[in-house]
Design a protein around this ligand. Sequence first.
Ligand code: IDP
Ligand code: MG
Length: 139
Amino acid sequence: MPSNRTFTMIKPDAVGAGNTGAITKMIEEAGFKIIAMKLTRLSRERAGQFYAVHRERPFYGELCEYMSSGPIVPMILEKDNAVEDFRTLIGATNPQEAAEGTIRKLFAESISANAIHGSDSDENARIEGSFFFSQTEQY
Ligand code: IDP
Ligand code: MG
């Protein structure tokens, strides 16, 4: 059964460009309820931990530098079929390939600075949510 929660974070390019409000509005209008949310910043080391699954990829160093370059807005979201529906809302990793009307199509600068993260499975949504928020089951 699909879980009804996912994890997202608005990335430094989108926060820096002043798009936090516009993106959050799109998320809520798409039917997601915000369960937890904060403005914070990752150190280079914490960014490396968050993206450890990608440590062998050629873009890992660039990704960690970028993700620690400015404030981010992590959130836990609730909706039926949350993980899959949220991936649809954000669009493809590369904004040039993202569908019209998706968050990445509208706000991403590049394949690296692509505005927003969305968990790719129920298990990762739980792990990633716990990376930023404690005792999430109480929310
Ligand atoms: P996703 O965010 O759409 O799930 P992943 O493949 O999990 O995409 O990659 C994680 C993040 O790493 C992407 O969101 C993007 O910021 C960055 N990234 C992915 N592929 C590339 C690339 O080819 N060059 C630079 N950065 C990349
Ligand atoms: Mg991913």
